[in-house]
Design a protein around this ligand. Sequence first.
Ligand code: ZN
Length: 74
Amino acid sequence: MLQPIQSEPCPRCGLEVNVRQSYCHHCKDVSNLESVFLRKNYKRQIYKQNRRLRRIFMMLTLLIGAIVVWLFIG
Ligand SMILES: [Zn+2]
C-alpha cells in the first residue's frame, strides 16, 4: 500500500519536511543565522496567505449579501 507523504515543520527553519527524510533539504546547507531568516520569511508568507484568504472570505460574504438583497428586492 502506498502511504501518503507525511511532512512536519522542521524544528530549525519551520519549513515542511518529509518525516522519512533524516535531514531538512531546506536548511541542511545553511548556517544557523540563515535558518532564522528562512523561518521569518516562511512566517511572513503564511501571514500574507491568511490575509489573502480573509479578503476572499470578505468578498464572498459581500457577494452573498448582495444576492440576498437582490432576492428580497426582486
Ligand atoms: Zn529546515
